[in-house]
Design a protein around this ligand. Structure first.
Ligand SMILES: [Fe+2]
Length: 472
C-alpha cells in the first residue's frame, strides 16, 4: 500500500470562508496528498453551514474540536476552557452565532468526527488531535511546553509527532528524541501578532532532504472578508481581529508572555511596518505635565515628585503594562490642613472637586491624573507613635487605578504580586474575595500595595522626599 507522503493540517476556521479557501488553495498548490481538518470549524464568523460544506468537500480526515463536540451536544458554551470569565462570556456569544443556523445535516456530519486519530504517512505515524493529545480543550502554548510530557504522549500513542490546534498560536517543537509537536495555528483568525495572515501546517516526513515541518502563513483578502462579516451583522469585537491581526478576546486567558505578541518584532509582517504604539490607552502625559506644573507652582509638590509620577510612564517601571491599560493615576498628597489649600486657584484650572469632606478632597484632571489631598490618617503608619511624621506637603503614594472590568485589565491586576516579586518589590494585598476595601474616597473590590525597595530600585525615598534615577 502506498502511504501518502505529504499532509496539510488545518484547524479553527470559525466560519471564515475566505481564509479557509485561501489555505486550501495554498495546500493544493503545494500538492499536499492528504488534507486534515482538526476541529473548531464553526465560530465567530458565522456562515456555519457554508464552512461545514467547504470542509466536507475539501478534506480527507477530520478530528472534532470543542466547538463540534459542544454543538453536537446542543450546549450554549463553546467549552473552550478559558481561564478568564470575560473571555468565556464572549466566547459564548460567538458560539451562539456559530450554532444559531446550524442545520441538522451539518450537525450530523460533525457528530461523525472522532476526538483524535492517527495517520500513517510515508515517514512515520502522526497523531492528529485538537487541544492536546490528552484533552480536547487544553491550550498548549509554546512558552509553557513541557518536553517530558510531550515525549510521554508520543510514547503512549507510538507516533513520531502530533499536530494540534485550539490555542490559535502556532509552533513547531523539535524534541530531543527526534520527534515533534506542532500546533498548526488556526485558519479562521490571525495569531495576535498584528498581521491578518492565518496559519496551517504542512508536513512531509520523507522529503529527500529531511523532514519538512512547516507552519504556512497565508495572506488572504481579509478586508473583503471583514466587510462580509459586517454585512452579516457580526459584532465588531469579532471583526476587528480579522482586520488588524490583534485579538480583542481571549487575551486575558493567554500566558502573560503571549498577551502582547503584536508588539514583538515580526520580520514576516507585511501588512504594516509601523511599530504599534506602546503609549497608555487612557493616560495623557502632556496633560499630566500641565497639571503637575501648576501644583508645583502652588508649592504642593516638588520637581522630584513630578519626575517620579512621570517615571511611572517609563517602560522600565515594573508595572508599565498595568499603566498601559489604567484609567487614571492618583497622587495622594498629605497636607497639614486641607482647608488651607489654594482652592480658588485650583478651581481656576477648570476642575470640579469630588468627595470633598473635612480633611479630604480629590481633584480629577483631564488625561487621567487625579490629585488627592488629605490631612486625615490614610495608613497604619500614620498612627505609629515611633515614626516621625513626614514634613508636609508630601506625596504619600501613587495609585494606579485599574477600573475597567475587562479580562486583560483583571489579568494585569492579578499579575501584580508576581511582577512585584520578580522586581524585588514587597507587596501587600487588601480586599478581594468579596471583602471590599473602604478607602477614604471610594470603595474598591481589591487593592495591592507595592513598595519600591530601598535597594535594587531606581526610586529613592529619603524622609518624605523621593528621587528617581533616570535611565541613562
Ligand atoms: Fe478549540
Amino acid at each position: 500500500m502506498n502511504l501518502p507522503r505529504t499532509i496539510a493540517v488545518m484547524g479553527g476556521s470559525y466560519g471564515n470562508l475566505a481564509a479557509l479557501a485561501a489555505c486550501l488553495a495554498d495546500a493544493t498548490q503545494l500538492q499536499a496528498e492528504t488534507k486534515a481538518f482538526i476541529g473548531d470549524s464553526i465560530g465567530c464568523c458565522g456562515h456555519s453551514n457554508e464552512v461545514v460544506d467547504m470542509i466536507r468537500q475539501g478534506f480527507d480526515l477530520f478530528v472534532a474540536g470543542n466547538h463540534e463536540q459542544q454543538a453536537v451536544l446542543g450546549s450554549t458554551s463553546c467549552g473552550c476552557g478559558y481561564s478568564s470569565a470575560e473571555d468565556e462570556m464572549i466566547s459564548c456569544e460567538a458560539f451562539e452565532l456559530a450554532t444559531a443556523g446550524l442545520s441538522e445535516d451539518s450537525k450530523a456530519f460533525l457528530a461523525t468526527w472522532p476526538d483524535s486519530q492517527i495517520v500513517e504517512l510515508a515517514g512515520g505515524r502522526i497523531l492528529l488531535c485538537h487541544g492536546s493529545p490528552g484533552y480536547t480543550s487544553e491550550f498548549l502554548y509554546e512558552a509553557e511546553l513541557d518536553d517530558l510530557r510531550l515525549e510521554a504522549w508520543l510514547d503512549h500513542y507510538n507516533v513520531a509527532g502530533f499536530v494540534c490546534t485550539h490555542s490559535g498560536l502556532p509552533f513547531v517543537r523539535h524534541l530531543a528524541s527526534g520527534r515533534f509537536a506542532v500546533n498548526c495555528g488556526v485558519v479562521g483568525k490571525p495569531d495576535h501578532d498584528g498581521d491578518p495572515a492565518v496559519h496551517y501546517t504542512y508536513l512531509d516526513l520523507s522529503a529527500p532532504n529531511g523532514s519538512i515541518i512547516e507552519i504556512r502563513r497565508v495572506a488572504y483578502d481579509h478586508q473583503s472578508w471583514a466587510r462580509t462579516m459586517e454585512s452579516a451583522g457580526i459584532s465588531p469585537v469579532f471583526v476587528e481581529p480579522v482586520r488588524t491581526g490583534v485579538w480583542t478576546t481571549g487575551v486575558a486567558s493567554l500566558p502573560a508572555s503571549e498577551r502582547f505578541r503584536y508588539l514583538r518584532a515580526a520580520p514576516h509582517r507585511t501588512s504594516h511596518t509601523a511599530r504599534p504604539a506602546v503609549t497608555p490607552e487612557l493616560l495623557d502625559p502632556s496633560a499630566w505635565r500641565f497639571t503637575l506644573s501648576h501644583f508645583e507652582a502652588f508649592g504642593l509638590i516638588n520637581q522630584a515628585e513630578i519626575e517620579e509620577a512621570l517615571s511611572l510612564l517609563d517602560p522600565s517601571f515594573p508595572f508599565f503594562a498595568a499603566m498601559r491599560v489604567a484609567d487614571s493615576l492618583h497622587l495622594h498628597i498629605k497636607v497639614d490642613d486641607v482647608g488651607r489649600l489654594p482652592h480658588e486657584r485650583i478651581l481656576a484650572l477648570g476642575v470640579t472637586p469630588e468627595n470633598a469632606r473635612p480633611g479630604y478632597i480629590k481633584y480629577p484632571f483631564p488625561g487621567g491624573i487625579n490629585m488627592i489631598f488629605s490631612s486625615i490618617p490614610v495608613a497604619e503608619e500614620d498612627q505609629l507613635p515611633d515614626v516621625p511624621p513626614p514634613s508636609k506637603p508630601c506625596v504619600d503614594h501613587f495609585g494606579i487605578d485599574l477600573r475597567r472590568e475587562i479580562g486583560l485589565v483583571r489579568a494585569l491586576f492579578e499579575d501584580t504580586p508576581a511582577v512585584a516579586r520578580r522586581a524585588g518589590w514587597p507587596t501587600k494585598s487588601q480586599g478581594g474575595g468579596g471583602r471590599l476595601v473602604y478607602c477614604c474616597h471610594a470603595t474598591v473590590a481589591e487593592k495591592y500595595w507595592v513598595y519600591p525597595p530601598s535597594t535594587g530600585s531606581r526610586c529613592r525615598r529619603e524622609g518624605s522626599r523621593c528621587s528617581y534615577a533616570r535611565r541613562e
